[in-house]
Design a protein around this ligand. Structure first.
Ligand code: PRT
Ligand code: ZN
Length: 283
């Protein structure tokens, strides 16, 4: 049985459970349980504080885990990052009071900086040749300047609204982060085989989220142009419609190019365009 550690509650919990569900693995920690056995996959899930996950994985108590890169780099344990998961996106940033002068990292020389990320920030400052006075605090970092504890802060940011409401201005990104799947080093072969199976499902789900299935009708004389626009997985499927001289074209398009492709298709004679989500995608 593969042992997976995920966050017990917090920002990564819903997406971690949702990802497993998309992989057809049902898990529930109903009643605040700390461990649960999944249905339909040989997986035991541990529900932990995110900060503890790298240690559990390093020690082999859990074989793998889902945790933010910010935590992985800060804890600096011996774990392998095996797959970015595309959720829990944020950045670790330096922020100064709105009215403070800032002309690059060197402005921070000698400054008192409040942070929950002394390792990552320490590395960043060393690389930039800056010496500063780090104050490690574990929560509510953003109030440190206003209560006189620090001159500036280094904390996680997603929308930026917490910084604004505390009169702070983001000046430097130290790290871009998202949730990742990590694993213990040197897993025994039967665990590695299960992890590979889980990873195969995760990749199929991730791929499907970046793609849409598209169906359209077009007069046959427009088909060469439409087929040129729609790359498909191998090539588009073309089926005759009941109405003579018309065809239905089916294909898969990448989400990020989606609107450009639709415009191009319309301009080249496509009609009745339908777009549907893909649940799993295996190449
Ligand atoms: O109890 P436990 O220790 O497990 O949870 P936690 O309180 O330490 O972590 P949690 O649930 O807050 O966050 C878990 C992970 O989510 C983090 O380690 C990041 O990888 C990721 N994440 C993504 C974030 C944010 N976005 C985020 N915005 N973690 C925290 N924040 C906080 C930030 O610290 C600041 O206070 O949200 C505030 C800023 O948000 P904006 O939107 O105002 O910029
Ligand atoms: Zn935490």
């Amino acid at each position: 049985m593969l042992k997976l550690a995920i966050q017990k509650s917090g920002r990564l919990y819903e997406d971690s459970i949702g990802l497993l569900k998309s992989c057809s693995i049902g898990v529930s920690n109903g009643g605040g349980r700390l461990r649960a056995v999944a249905d339909s996959f040989p997986l035991e899930v541990f529900f932990l504080r995110d900060d503890d996950i790298p240690q559990y994985v390093e020690d082999g108590v859990a074989d793998c885990g889902i945790v933010g890169e910010n935590v992985v780099f800060e804890k600096n344990k011996h774990v392998e990052v095996i797959e970015p998961l595309g959720f829990g996106r944020c950045r670790l940033s330096l922020a100064v009071p709105k009215s403070a002068k800032y002309n690059g990292v060197h402005s921070l020389e000698g400054a008192r900086i409040a942070t929950s990320y002394p390792q990552i920030l320490g590395d960043f400052l060393r690389k930039n040749g800056v010496q500063a006075d780090l104050h490690e605090i574990s929560g509510s970092v953003e109030i440190a300047p206003s209560i006189g504890l620090a001159d500036c802060i280094c904390d996680l940011v997603s929308t930026g609204s917490t910084l604004i409401s505390n009169g702070l201005r983001e000046v430097e990104t130290v790290l871009e982060s998202q949730a990742v799947l990590v694993s213990s080093q040197n897993l025994p072969s039967e665990k590695q085989a299960l992890l590979d199976k889980l990873l195969f499902r995760i990749r199929a789900v991730k791929k499907s989220k970046n793609h849409k299935y598209i169906l359209l009708n077009a007069p046959n004389d427009c088909l060469p142009d439409i087929i040129r626009i729609l790359p498909g997985m191998k090539s588009p499927t073309v089926l005759p419609l009941a109405e003579v001289g018309w065809s239905s074209v089916h294909s898969v398009v990448q989400e990020d190019r989606f609107w450009d492709i639709i415009e191009d298709l319309k301009a080249n004679g496509a009609q009745g365009i339908l777009v549907v989500p893909i649940e799993k995608m295996i190449l």
